[in-house]
Design a protein around this ligand. Structure first.
Ligand SMILES: Nc1nc2c(ncn2[C@@H]2O[C@H](COP(=O)(O)OP(=O)(O)OP(=O)(O)O)[C@@H](O)[C@H]2O)c(=O)[nH]1
Ligand SMILES: [Mg+2]
Length: 471
């Protein structure tokens, strides 16, 4: 695979004749997706264009279930074949993932490899774009691994190719064809294992980086969202960095972390903001698996910012897609701020949309490009960070009734015991308070915290509460 700079990539595109492609989508009634078949095809068209192809036509079919051999019905196969011939398209792109056999059968039905006919699916397109856009070593390794995993079961194409050459075929044919295929499989399997090993070591490095960031005790914010929502533009606007942002799908593949100053925030004057890969509906499973490690940044972040392109008519479907991927990643319950972006592109004023946003939890309207509404977002980040709870263990000296009061009113106490130096408390408190508590923390190692029975603990707790509420 060649990974060039953006300039090299552009040059390569310019010097190559554009590949014409024809799109085909199937409308299944049981599809619970919020995307209509037309919307899904439009997105497929954007993917095809991002991959460097020219869309010359499209066709859809309503089916209750895919046809086993060709995915689409035989009448539709003939119709598409005719349309491809008429438009000069040699490549057909299906909106869903095809099985290797379906891909092969369709290719033959449309005229075969000899005629230069190629059948791709959505997964292949996304993999191709990812391969073009991966910049970091980890990103490239992840895509390469996903590509090999995608290609391995499709290697049988070589077999049919050789079958044709020998002019025989069918059961019982044994010879160079199979040997070749088997050795190809073996080579690819070895590559897959080697890639996995290399990825492991690259990931170990990333993990060390993440751990050292944790030690810095700066809160982390991960920016997620549908592809092209404006994540990178927003991160650039918040941090004055220059991450590549472009009107194309999957411009960003590799997470980038930047420091941002939040001038208004007394408790958290600084945060680390991570830009991440965008999501898309029907995201190939290989890719979710491949990028799971990268997306661990999201799972470990203190706060998630979910960027939505408010000007996109599909924004609700986009939002739902992102939510379900976050859920899959195990980040569904993170404190999340929803950012309605690209407000400069809509008819409604930023003020009006902001009013609607107030009705929803943690929702802010902005234009990342015009840098409007960002101060509201910064304030919201500060607010959410203050609300975050952190586990603390602390001994509060008896003369610090003010601190005890704060813990009682803002935190959730798990354990409490009276010691000579003060009150030992284990509690979950807002992060802001936890920082304050650090300044009065007493070395717990030196303390003998005797085990109390739970009943005894609650009794003491109740007594103490009474004392603080009725001084
Ligand atoms: N008009 C307008 N365009 C915006 C705004 N924010 C981003 N864009 C444009 O939207 C396109 C995508 O922006 P990116 O920041 O690359 O989006 P992304 O979410 O990082 O996209 P991927 O990394 O490809 O998933 C670019 O052309 C941006 O200039 C905005 O507030 N208003
Ligand atoms: Mg981006």
């Amino acid at each position: 695979m060649g990974y060039g700079t953006k300039e090299e990539e552009d040059m390569r595109r310019e010097t190559q004749p554009t590949e014409k492609c024809y799109l085909v989508g199937v409308d299944f009634p049981r599809d619970r997706s919020m995307f209509s078949i037309d919307e899904s095809l439009e997105e497929l068209g954007q993917l095809a264009e991002t991959a460097g192809m020219e869309v010359v036509g499209s066709n859809t079919q309503k089916l209750s279930a895919p046809v086993t051999s060709t995915y689409i019905g035989s009448g539709k196969v003939r119709e598409v074949k005719t349309a491809m011939a008429a438009t000069g398209a040699k490549t057909c792109v299906l909106d869903d993932e095809l099985s290797p056999a379906q891909q092969r059968t369709l290719e033959r039905a449309f005229g075969g490899e000899q005629a230069g006919i190629k059948v791709l699916d959505r997964t292949a397109l996304i993999l191709d774009i990812f391969a073009q856009h991966a910049r970091t070593r980890e990103g490239q390794l992840q895509v390469e691994l996903a590509l090999y995993q995608y290609r391995l079961p499709r290697l049988t194409r070589l077999w049919t190719h050789l079958e044709r050459q020998s002019g025989q075929g069918g059961v019982g044919l044994r010879g160079p064809g199979e040997t070749q295929l088997e050795s190809d499989r073996r080579i690819i399997n070895e590559k897959i294992s080697a890639l996995r090993r290399t990825l492991e070591s690259v990931r170990a490095h990333r993990k060390r980086q993440r751990n050292s960031r944790k030690k810095m005790d700066i809160p982390t914010v991960s920016v997620v969202g549908y592809t092209n929502a404006g994540k990178s533009t927003l991160v650039n606007a918040l941090t004055t960095s220059t991450i590549f942002a472009e009107d194309m799908l999957f411009a960003t593949l590799d997470p980038t972390t930047r420091r941002a100053q939040l001038p208004e925030m007394a408790v958290h004057p600084e945060v680390l903001i991570t830009d991440t890969v965008g999501f898309i509906q029907k995201l190939p499973t290989q890719l979710i698996a491949a990028f799971r490690a990268t997306l661990e940044e999201v799972v470990e972040a203190d706060v998630v910012i979910h960027v939505v392109d408010y000007s996109n008519p599909m924004r609700e479907a986009h939002e739902e897609t992102v939510d379900s991927v976050l859920e899959d990643l195990g980040a569904g319950h993170k404190p999340t701020i929803t950012v309605w972006n690209k407000l400069d592109l809509v008819e409604e004023s930023l003020e009006d949309v902001s009013l609607a946003a107030v009705e929803r939890e943690h929702t802010i309207a902005v234009s990342a490009k015009e840098k409007q509404g960002l101060e509201n977002l910064v304030a919201e980040i500060g607010l959410v960070l203050t609300e975050l709870m952190t586990d603390v263990e602390v001994i509060v000296p008896y003369d610090r009734g003010d601190i005890m009061n704060e813990i009682y009113t803002q935190g959730a106490i798990e354990y409490e015991q009276y010691l000579a130096e003060g009150t030992y408390i284990a509690a979950a408190v807002p992060t802001a308070l936890s920082k304050k508590l650090k300044t009065i923390r007493v070395d717990l190692e030196a303390e003998e915290v005797e085990e109390l029975s739970e009943a005894e603990m609650w009794k003491q707790l109740a007594k103490k509460r009474q004392a603080t509420t009725n001084p």
